[in-house]
Design a protein around this ligand. Sequence first.
Ligand code: C2E
Ligand code: SIN
Ligand code: SIN
Ligand code: SIN
Ligand code: FE
Ligand code: FE
Length: 372
Amino acid sequence: MNGRWKKELESEELLDVIFAYASRITIENNLDRLLSLMADMGRDMTVAERCMLWLYDEQKDELWAKVEERTKEVRIPASSGLAGYVFQTAEPLVIEDAHHDDRFHADMDLTYNYRTKSVMVIPLKNKQNQTLGVYQVINKLTKEGVFTTRDVKKLSLAASYTAQALEAVLMNMEMEEAQKEIIFKMGEIGEVRSKETGSHVKRVAEYAKLLAIKSGLSEEEADLIKVASPMHDIGKVAIADAILNKPGKLSKQEFLEVQAHASIGYHLLQNSKRTILKAAAIIAKEHHERWDGKGYPEGLSGEEIHIYGRIVAVADVFDALATDRPYKKAWDLEDILTHFQNEKGKQFDPALIDVFLENLHGFLQIKKRYED
Ligand code: C2E
Ligand code: SIN
Ligand code: SIN
Ligand code: SIN
Ligand code: FE
Ligand code: FE
């Protein structure tokens, strides 16, 4: 008996493996962690040395997988290799020695300094029978050293079950992407109306994220502010062109009309239950409040103003001053800095002005990167 060999799992051991992974797979909502759980389960169930999960990327017509040794994903054309073959045929494949099969990419072994011998590849299908990708297990560790029809059945069952978990996570990511895109597009509506260039919302989003990170908010919250801030002026859709694009100074009445954009934006967004839109509603309403309480629409002061509103206020005004507007030319940097110094603790949260001045270089880099 050679000590390197492992035994096939007994039924009870197999159940243990399935239970141990199933409970974690159903609640996992992070794609990378889910893929790694699914791969580990496939490996343990079939007593294989390693397991890779290839997912189909429709846009690129490629299969991609995470490999332990690499932080970056591996990609192959969707018709290439054993994985590609099974993806195309949607039928399981069992091979005793991959190096005797011309479909196999032998260079993968060279790259990873690895010796692939036995291989089993199983299509990963969703309920609509679409193939999402393939499961590939490599090197059966039993004495016989080959995958069996029983392995095909076991892994196929596991694949059909885990495909559902996988689809749920992919769908969720898709929804989040769609949500971000819609928000961005809507933000641009406000822009078009006020004849500002599309770069304004991009810059404000980046400035706001930088301010958030540097003032100690978490990466997640900074990202939330970044995706929500492009909508800060969405309420401007309701303001007359003649006012928004007026070349000169606004009359008192006209300025009052423009000011309504803050609460109009809030009312457009406030009823959503989505995290991003809720943040966007707060920002739309509070980005013109002032630290000293003399802002609008509510005249909130200090920390009564949500941190998102205080952050976007600095980001928005920096961009308004640093670029041309229909009614004014861009200011020199000197003047902008003096203005922020003077308004520290008046218009703006003093702590945020410190963060801004300490990280001026980062702001100027963003301005440069997103020039109109
Ligand atoms: P905006 O042009 O994007 O300006 C955003 C904010 O940047 C302003 O909010 C203000 O806090 C700051 N800001 C912009 N330009 C200047 C400036 O020359 N000096 C100073 N001290 N601050 C400036 P605010 O004042 O509540 O204005 C909201 C929006 O109302 C502006 O957005 C713009 O669309 C419009 N608006 C304000 N003033 C005028 C104006 O004189 N003429 C025209 N046509 N529109 C104006
Ligand atoms: C990725 O390439 O990392 C994602 C592609 C996909 O989800 O299909
Ligand atoms: C293939 O299945 O041949 C592609 C991936 C690999 O070479 O391991
Ligand atoms: C803008 O930033 O596009 C307009 C200024 C504002 O009302 O925030
Ligand atoms: Fe505004
Ligand atoms: Fe703005």
